[in-house]
Ligand binder design. Structure first.
Ligand code: KG4
Ligand code: ZN
Length: 341
C-alpha cells in the first residue's frame, strides 16, 4: 500500500515539516529560531510565537519539495510531546486542523522515540534489539529498542540532560544559546587541563547537575585570581567540560552494553552531533566489537523527518490518534505500544 504522510515537529525551538512516501523521506524542512541566542535558553513565549509565523511556510515548502499536492497526503503526523506546551500546541493544532479538513488520520508521535527511529531514515540501519543513547537538550536516555514500536528506557538522567549541561555551561561562560556546538568547536583548540569530577550514580542513570556546580565553583575561584581567566582559557575550559560530559555518557553506555550483551549501539538527539561523542563511540565500537550507528547531522537535532519515520511505522500498523488529543509536555514512551509488535 502506498503511503504519503506529512509530519510536523514543533516541540522546542525548531519548526519543521517533512513528507515521507512509503517509508522514504522526500523532504525535511526546518526553520530554526535565532531569537533565543541572547537569552541563554529557549524562551517559551517567543518560541510559540515564532512557530505560529513559521508553520505555514515550512509546511508549504515541505510539500513543494516532495513534489506532491496537498490532496495526495494520506495522514498527518505530529509531535505530541515531550516538549514546551506552547510550542506543541502550534504543531498539534495545525495537524488536527489539517487532518480534520482533509478527512485523513492523525498520528501522534513521541519526540524521544522519534529521535531513536531517526536511524531508519538512512542506511546503515541497526538490527533489533539495539541500544540507543539519546542525548538532547531536555533528555538523556539509554533506550533498549526491541522493534520500532516497542522500546524501553533502561537508564536516564536524574537531573539535567547532557545538552542542558552544555547549554548551562555556555551560559556561565557567556556563550550564546545553544552552546553545545560552540563548546564542541572550542574544544578542538584546547586540552582537557581541568579535572571536573565524575558523579557516582548507581545503575545506568546519569547526573549532570553536580558538574554544573563544580564548573561554577571552579570559575568563581579562578576569576578571583584572574578576572580574565575565562577569555584567556576558553578553549581548555571547553575541552575539559566536553571531556567530562562525554566520559559520563560513554561509561554508562558501555555499562549498558555489557549488562545487556547487546552489541548494536546507536546514538541520537542533538548532542549526537558532538564530534567527541562520535569519535569515542567509534573507538569503543572497535574495542568491544560493536556495530555502531551515528545519524547524519540533519537527523541529530530536531527535525520532522524523524517524526515522519516514527509515523510511518504506526501508519502501517493502523495506529491512529483521536482528534481529542492534547499536547503532552511530559509525554512518556508510546501509550499504545503493543509488546508483540
Ligand atoms: O535534540 P535537540 O535538537 O533538541 C531537543 O530535543 O532538546 O538537542 C538540542 C541540544 C542542545 O542542548 C544543543 O546545545 C545540543 O543539542 N547540541 C550539541 C551539539 N549540537 C547540538 N551539544 C554538543 N555538541 C554539539 N555539536
Ligand atoms: Zn529533540
Amino acid at each position: 500500500m502506498r503511503s504519503i504522510i506529512l509530519a510536523i515537529e514543533s516541540s522546542c525551538d525548531d519548526t519543521s515539516a517533512a513528507v515521507i512516501i512509503d517509508g522514504v523521506i522526500k523532504s525535511n524542512i526546518a526553520a530554526s529560531q535565532e531569537v533565543h541566542a541572547e537569552y541563554g535558553g529557549v524562551v517559551p513565549e517567543l518560541a510559540s510565537r515564532q512557530h505560529q509565523q513559521n508553520i505555514i511556510p515550512v509546511v508549504e515548502s515541505a510539500i513543494h519539495r516532495a513534489g506532491i499536492k496537498k490532496s495526495d497526503i494520506q495522514a498527518v503526523a505530529v509531535t505530541r510531546g515531550p516538549g514546551l506546551l506552547g510550542s506543541l500546541i502550534v504543531g498539534l493544532s495545525f495537524a488536527k486542523a489539517f487532518a480534520s479538513a482533509r478527512h485523513i488520520p492523525l498520528i501522534e508521535v513521541n519526540h524521544m522515540q522519534a529521535h531513536v527511529l531517526a536511524h531508519f531514515a538512512e542506511a546503515p540501519q541497526p538490527t533489533f534489539p539495539f541500544l540507543c543513547l539519546t542525548v538532547s537538550g531536555g533528555h538523556t536516555q539509554i533506550v533498549r529498542v526491541e522493534s520500532p514500536l516497542n522500546m524501553t528506557i533502561i537508564g536516564q538522567s536524574i537531573d539535567d540532560a547532557a545538552g542542558e549541561a552544555y547549554d548551562k555551561t555556555g551560559k556561565i561562560l557567556g556563550l550564546p544559546y545553544p552552546s553545545g556546538p560552540i563548546i564542541d568547536e572550542y574544544s578542538h583548540k584546547g586540552k582537557p587541563k581541568y579535572n571536573f569530577p565524575e558523579p557516582k550514580i548507581d545503575g545506568l542513570d546519569f547526573s549532570f547537575s553536580g558538574l554544573k556546580t563544580s564548573i561554577l565553583y571552579f570559575l568563581r575561584d579562578e576569576l578571583k585570581k584572574n578576572k580574565d581567566f575565562i577569555s584567556e582559557n576558553i578553549n581548555d575550559i571547553c575541552c575539559s567540560v566536553q571531556h567530562r560530559i562525554i566520559s559520563i555518557l560513554m561509561n554508562k553506555l558501555e555499562k549498558a552494553a555489557l549488562e545487556t550483551g547487546i552489541k548494536e549501539i546507536a546514538i541520537a538527539g542533538g548532542v549526537s552531533a558532538n564530534s567527541e561523542l562520535r569519535k569515542q563511540l567509534k573507538e569503543y565500537a572497535q574495542l568491544h566489537g560493536w556495530n555502531h550507528y551515528i545519524p547524519s547531522f540533519q537527523y541529530c537535532t530536531d527535525n520532522a523527518g524523524m517524526i515522519a519515520i516514527a509515523a510511518h511505522f504506526k501508519y502501517i500498523k493502523g495506529i491512529f490518534s483521536d482528534q481529542s488529543i492534547t499536547p503532552a509536555p511530559r509525554m512518556a514512551f508510546a501509550p499504545h505500544v503493543n509488546p508483540h509488535q
